[in-house]
Each structure stands twice: as structure tokens, then as C-alpha cells.
Design a protein around this ligand. Structure first.
Ligand code: GLU
Length: 552
């Protein structure tokens, strides 16, 4: 047996499957040409962040638009950083935003798809089979360096300003013989398995990133760790093996990984795999004090995905917003195609920001208002109730107790050419509908201050007399106008402006008092529709109580 083979057997005697076996087990996918196979590959270290949701949105969009595959792989090789129920937290975060994975984990223990297991801790034997093959070819070796030795190397490299890592003179175990390795292993010495990098110090590599374009970097010369002391893989090695065997075509990930691309491309090459396309996403930025900084998990509540579901931004509005962050030409497209589905937009990696998209909550809010104002009353009802069920019990109960009434409220000024944009998120709804519900309304009245109390009382009393719940929308305002004129108000603001001394005010002031008396507010959607929704008894009772309040 040649000595590399002997070494491979020594290290991985129990591994019987070969890379060829796995190639057969996970064949090329049978998809259309150009289909994007991509993944989201989080470590289960806590809740889902906006950056992760954004990267997933990009992955899902790219896969969907090419009839490809988007899958969820759990990268749990670092057991120290893991949190309990980490996978559930991630899956729940996605569910709230309607992201569905075609394959991969969908709960702590369940997965779908035939390219699994989709959890790295369940793939140890697979990684070992591939490392074994590298050892057989003399491309990997066991390294027995102790923590102290490694620390001494780090210190020397720092002091002499050398490239950090294990290479050249620092790669002490590069030429280790089978005999020495065997002796040490028998002795119980711990070891990692390192790559024997064929990289040359002055060579450079080039690759084309989907977002950043052509990139040139020094070739990798480091003997990076492939398997840790406990036999589990490093990120570098797991990435290469998994993305090959899961037949990933596009690796979409954060741009903190760009500096590792030379290692990854070298590993793909040495393992005999075709490298995927890389798409490195810049971090989402936020404006602060005139400058820009990364959206921070620690400082920014909006960095947690739960922020959006708790506030109640509808999923469709968050998608719209994400697409504006993703492709700068989306907004123009949306203006030109207001009725089209977001899926009709041609998303491209190359139009993504190289510098990092700027997060803007005001813009999200505007987009969300636009989105919500186009929904039907039924859709609004369903979405608000869904949200309230988990986030606002009181509202949930009110909405369910009288579904028809709630839908009538949401129907006010909806479905016309210029719908109102009062609601940006479902947590705005309680305040928006409050005066329709005695349980929510405090009964306080905010009256305009340009009329005397007596004038206001007169208006409300008169209105009580002429109020006709059977009047149509067309009849209603002329009735108010007629009453206003009788009481000494101008029939239009223009007329009042011309001769202000001839009038107490104008019809708008009169309608304003009725509005405040009935709703408590100076500003509301269409008053006629509100009166019709409240119904006669409630309107009269509110007019009465307003008079009482004014009389003090
Ligand atoms: N587990 C890696 C991370 O969370 C994934 C990077 C990748 O997508 O390859 O950063």
C-alpha cells in the first residue's frame, strides 16, 4: 500500500464509502438549463435577522424566477454557539413572511428533499469520506500542533507582520510520515486534518462575483483545517462538500466570506468539483448622524425579523420593500406596472448594490401604506385578524365578534380611485378603528377652535333634526349645506374667503363639527360612510353626548 493510502486508512479506517458512492447517491439535478439552485445556510445561533431574511428573499426570488430550488441547510458544526430551538426560531421567522423552502429543514427534526441530510452535524461521515480521499492523494495530512505551538506562531507572525496561518515554515507536519502519525495516534495525541495547499505565494486567482463583478485575489497558500479535532468539518470544507453534493449552482451569502473565496475555489478544484457561482451580498446599511453604518443586531430593533411581524407589516409589503432594496430599477418598474405581480419583475444579481442597500423605515412605511390601500376590505379583515390573534387579543375579539361591522369599517373609502393611506401596519389598526368601538373609544371630542361653544351646540342640535340615515351619499352633503346656509355659514369656502365678515364660517366648518361630535376627531375618512357604518342609534347618542360635553 502506498504511504498516503496507509495514512488514509490510519485516520479513517471506519469510513467505507467513497466520494464516488456519494456522487451516485446525489446525482446532478434534472432541471432546466439556467435553473438556480441555492440555499440559505444559517447557524442556529439565535433569531432570524433582517440581513438573513433579505439574503433568503434574494435566494428565493432567484430560484423561483428560474424554476430552480431554494433550500434550507442548517450549519451546526459550531456546537458552542448554538441555542436551544435554534432551527424552530429560524423556521418560524420564515413562516411569518411566507418564505417556503423547496427542500431542507422545516422543523427541529424534519426535512424534505433527497439531497439530505440538510443538517451538517448529521453529515460527518460524508465529510470524512471526502477528506479521506484527499489524504489518499497526498492533499491533506494530520497536524498534531498544540494550542501553545499555534499561539507561538500567531505571536511571531504578528510581530514580524507576516501573513497569519499555517504555511511554509509554519506547516510543521506537512511531511509527517505514516510511522510518526501512527505513533502519535497510538499515544492518544490530538490532531486536526489540514489541507496541503498547492498554492504559490505570488500567484493570483480571478473569479466573477454575481454582484461585485470581476475580482482578483492572491491564491490560497494556507494549509487550512478541514476537519477539527473532534472529526467535524470547518465551514470551508463543509461548504465545499455540501454545495457540491446538494448541487448548488449559486452560493448567495454575506460578503464577509469574500476573503475566503480563494480557499473555497482551491478546495473545489482539488476535490474535482465544478465550482458554483458566487454572489456576495453587501450588508444592509443604515444612516446615522449624516454617515452610514451597518444595520446592527445589537443597536437596531428593526434588525430582528420579529420586529416586522410584531408591528404587523404585511408580508407582501415587506417583499415590495425588499425588492426596492435589492434592485434599484424596481421602483420605476412598479410605477410603470402598478397592477403587476412582483413575480413579473425581472430581478438580476448584477443590479444589486455593491456598497450595501440603505435601510429606510419611512420608505417601508410608505410602501406598506400603498400596499394596504389597494387590498379589499375582506383581505384587510383577514390579515388584521391573523395578526391580532397573536399580537392584540382585545382587537382580535372585537373583530371576530362582529365580522360584518369590522368589514364595513375597512370598506370605508376603499376600492375607489384614490384610496386613503391611513394604515401602514396592522398595529396601526386599533387606533384607526377606535371610535367605532365603545371598548376602544374614550369619547373625548377634539373640536375646531374657530367657533363658539354656542355655535357648535347649535350646529349639532340642528343636525340631529335633519339627520336622515336613509339619505344617499349624493343627498347627504347638500342637506348639510342647506342647514349651514340657514345657520349663517357660507355654502362654500371660496364664498367665505371673499366676504368673511358676512358669515360665521363655511360649510366645511359645519361638517367639521359634526365629524368631531360623532368621531371625536377633526380628521377622518369620509364622514357619510362613517355615519352609515355607525348607524342611527349610535349617531344620535354621540350627537347627544357631544352636546352634553359642550354644555359642560
Ligand atoms: N453558516 C454560514 C453563516 O451563517 C453560511 C454562509 C454561507 O451561506 O455559505 O455565515
Amino acid at each position: 500500500m502506498d504511504s498516503n493510502k496507509q495514512m488514509a486508512e490510519l485516520l479513517f479506517g471506519s469510513i467505507t464509502k467513497t466520494p464516488e458512492d456519494y456522487e451516485e447517491l446525489y446525482p446532478e439535478r434534472n432541471l432546466n438549463e439556467g435553473a438556480v439552485v441555492t440555499r440559505f445556510a444559517p447557524s442556529p445561533t439565535g433569531f432570524l435577522h433582517f440581513g438573513g431574511l433579505f439574503a433568503s428573499f434574494i435566494g428565493k426570488t432567484a430560484a423561483k424566477s428560474t424554476d430552480g430550488i431554494f433550500y434550507l441547510r442548517i450549519e451546526d458544526t459550531d456546537k458552542k454557539r448554538e441555542v436551544e430551538n435554534g432551527v424552530s426560531l429560524i423556521v418560524k421567522g420564515f413562516e411569518d413572511f411566507g418564505i417556503e423552502f423547496d427542500e431542507g429543514m422545516h422543523s427541529e427534526t424534519e426535512e424534505k428533499g433527497v439531497y439530505g441530510p440538510y443538517t451538517q452535524s448529521k453529515r460527518t461521515e460524508i465529510y470524512q469520506a471526502f477528506v479521506k480521499a484527499l489524504v489518499e492523494k497526498g492533499l491533506a495530512y494530520p497536524c498534531f500542533m498544540t494550542e501553545d505551538e499555534l499561539a507561538a506562531i500567531r505571536e511571531k507572525q504578528e510581530k514580524e507582520k507576516l501573513l497569519p496561518g499555517i504555511y511554509g515554515e509554519f506547516a510543521k507536519y506537512r511531511g509527517i510520515t505514516f510511522e510518526e502519525a501512527e505513533k502519535r495516534i497510538k499515544n492518544g495525541d490530538e490532531y486536526v486534518v489540514r489541507l496541503l495547499s498547492p498554492g504559490k505565494e505570488d500567484s493570483r486567482i480571478k473569479f466573477k462575483d454575481g454582484i461585485k463583478g470581476e475580482i482578483e485575489m492572491p491564491e490560497n497558500i494556507l494549509d487550512v483545517v478541514l476537519l477539527k479535532k473532534d472529526g467535524t468539518p470547518t465551514y470551508h470544507f463543509a461548504h465545499v462538500v455540501d454545495d457540491h453534493l446538494m448541487r448548488t449552482t449559486h452560493v448567495i451569502r454575506g460578503d464577509e466570506w469574500i476573503s475566503s473565496v480563494p480557499i473555497h475555489l482551491q478546495l473545489f478544484y482539488l476535490c474535482g468539483f465544478k465550482a458554483p457561482k458566487y454572489v456576495h451580498i453587501s450588508p444592509i446599511m443604515k444612516e446615522e448622524n449624516g454617515g452610514k453604518r451597518k444595520l446592527s443586531k445589537r443597536k437596531d430593533p428593526e434588525a430582528a425579523v420579529s420586529f416586522y411581524s410584531e408591528a404587523g407589516y404585511p408580508e407582501g409589503a415587506v417583499w415590495e420593500y425588499m425588492m426596492t432594496l435589492a434592485n434599484s430599477n424596481y421602483e420605476d418598474w412598479r410605477l410603470a406596472n402598478p397592477e403587476s405581480s412582483i413575480d413579473d419583475f425581472k430581478f438580476t444579481f448584477s443590479k444589486m448594490s455593491k456598497a450595501g442597500a440603505l435601510f429606510d423605515i419611512v420608505k417601508l412605511s410608505d410602501i406598506s401604506k400603498n400596499y394596504i390601500c389597494k387590498l379589499s376590505a375582506e383581505e384587510v379583515y383577514d390579515m388584521v385578524t391573523d395578526w391580532a390573534k397573536e399580537n392584540n387579543e382585545r382587537l382580535y375579539k372585537l373583530l371576530c365578534d362582529d365580522e360584518e361591522y369590522a368589514k364595513a369599517i375597512f370598506a370605508i373609502e376603499r376600492g375607489n380611485a384614490k384610496p386613503r393611506k391611513d394604515i401602514a401596519k396592522w398595529s396601526d389598526v386599533e387606533e384607526y378603528v377606535s371610535y367605532f368601538y365603545s371598548e376602544l373609544w374614550d369619547g373625548k371630542r377634539d373640536f375646531a377652535d374657530n367657533l363658539s361653544k354656542d355655535d357648535m351646540i347649535e350646529i349639532i342640535e340642528q343636525y340631529k333634526d335633519i339627520y336622515d340615515e336613509n339619505a344617499s351619499a349624493e343627498e347627504w352633503f347638500p342637506q348639510v349645506r342647506e342647514m349651514a346656509v340657514k345657520l349663517g355659514y357660507a355654502k362654500a369656502p371660496k364664498e367665505y374667503k371673499k366676504n368673511p365678515d358676512d358669515f360665521k364660517g363655511h360649510v366645511g366648518d359645519v361638517a367639521g363639527i359634526i365629524r368631531s361630535a360623532v368621531t371625536g376627531r377633526r380628521n377622518t375618512p369620509d364622514l357619510y360612510e362613517i355615519l352609515q357604518t355607525l348607524g342611527r342609534d349610535e349617531v344620535i347618542s354621540r350627537l347627544d353626548s357631544a352636546i352634553e360635553i359642550l354644555k359642560g
